[in-house]
Design a protein around this ligand. Structure first.
Ligand SMILES: Cc1ncc(COP(=O)(O)O)c(C=O)c1O
Length: 368
């Protein structure tokens, strides 16, 4: 196996080496306390300070105004799919959901348990390969829900839609801090951390303060965002280690130059990979060009060059070929097939260049 491994996994994903080293050291001794971070009380001063610092990093990097609260929770983004409508959608009210992929559908399914849902768009018949901009919005929606970046299909909203009524709610799991967004355009921004900002185990929800407390239902204590805001994310034992990995990853990002600098690199990485795919005779990207994600790049074999009955064997061969060069986790999601390269913040340009070289060399082999 090649010495250097580049991990293109869609999530959990590549994290900055510096953050991993610092987090590893903290597992033995957190900030010279002689105690592992894994064994330290969440009520202790060092952990309290670390949470405050993590929130500060997030506020600074994303430009989160004071009128927004930040909630760190376990349970995964899938728990937020139900918590959000439970906290923001009344039984007799309506929420608009833009169905641009599997995760949007999962979010929508949960919302139906709590109120009415209007499907603002649904591109399922096109295997979610593009983002529909012509939305069918309701007059009195409590909010419009979007998935900012569709991890599986490799599409992203290049500019965000404006809700007709209510506020904009976005799942940013797979493009958290990958590009500059204007937080004030959103009422709620949320996502799992395990792609761009930490390991699995913690989610981040950013909530405009005036939006909570408007639903009539009784919300179980643990599922009420207000509980966690009031308790400063210490209502129960929070996922301390995952928050610390986030802290170190955000510190790395700040040192890197912040979101503007990483967005520039992300766009350069994506441009390099897409131009290689566009020039390729053997591989072809699956997402509509104008909606292409800078984080997740799905691609398949060109059907005109690779016959359908040869594709499975050749796909295995390509994955082995890539793996031998240290390029791992390139298998596509089952609903798109083929391959997917996730090129999150911590993927260096060298990794993308290595992939582009690999695609070129494999192509030569196939066409020989
Ligand atoms: C955009 C998006 N939302 C939600 C999820 C679900 O996250 P979790 O596994 O944390 O529930 C994923 C997982 O890949 C995702 O990509």
């Amino acid at each position: 196996m090649a010495n250097k491994v580049y991990n293109f996994s869609a999530g959990p994903s590549v994290l900055p080496e510096q953050a991993l080293k610092e987090a590893s050291a903290a597992c033995i001794d957190f900030e010279n306390s002689g105690i592992s971070i894994l064994s330290m009380s969440h009520r202790s001063k060092p952990i309290d300070n670390m949470f405050a610092e993590t929130e500060e990093y997030l506020r600074e990097l994303m430009g989160i105004p004071e009128n927004y609260d930040i909630v760190f929770l376990g349970g995964g983004c899938s728990l937020l799919f139900c918590m959000l409508p439970m906290n923001f959608l009344n039984q007799d009210a309506t929420a608009d959901y833009a169905l641009t992929g599997v995760w949007a559908n999962k979010a929508c399914k949960e919302a139906k348990l709590f109120g009415n849902v209007n499907v603002a768009c649904d591109t399922k018949s096109e295997t979610y390969s593009r983002i529909e901009k012509n939305l069918n919005l309701s007059d009195n929606a409590s909010y419009l829900h979007i998935t900012a970046n569709n991890t599986i299909y490799g599409t992203e909203w290049q500019s965000f839609p404006k809700p007709k009524s209510g506020f904009l709610m976005a799942d940013v799991s797979s493009d958290f801090l990958a590009r500059k967004i204007n937080v004030s355009d959103f009422g709620v921004i949320y996502g799992g951390a395990q792609k761009n900002i930490s390991c699995a185990g913690v989610t981040v929800t950013i909530i405009r303060k005036d939006l909570l407390g408007k639903v009539d239902r009784t919300i179980p204590t643990m599922l009420n965002f207000q509980t966690h805001i009031d308790a400063k994310n210490m209502f129960n034992t929070p996922p301390v280690f995952a928050v610390y990995v986030m802290n170190r990853t955000l510190k790395w990002l700040k040192e890197f130059g912040g979101v503007e600098a990483i967005e520039k690199l992300n766009r350069e990485k994506a441009a390099l990979l897409y131009s290689a795919l566009d020039a390729s005779k053997v591989f072809v990207g699956t997402a509509a060009k104008e909606d292409r994600s800078i984080m997740n790049v799905p691609f398949v074999f060109n059907k005109d060059v690779v016959a359908a009955d040869k594709a499975d064997d050749l796909a295995k061969e390509f994955l082995e070929f890539a793996k031998a060069r240290g390029l791992q986790q390139l298998k596509g999601h089952r609903s798109v097939g083929g391959f997917r390269a996730s090129i999150y913040n911590a993927m260096p340009m060298e990794g993308v260049q290595a992939l582009v070289d690999c695609l070129g060399d494999f192509e030569k082999k196939v066409l020989a």
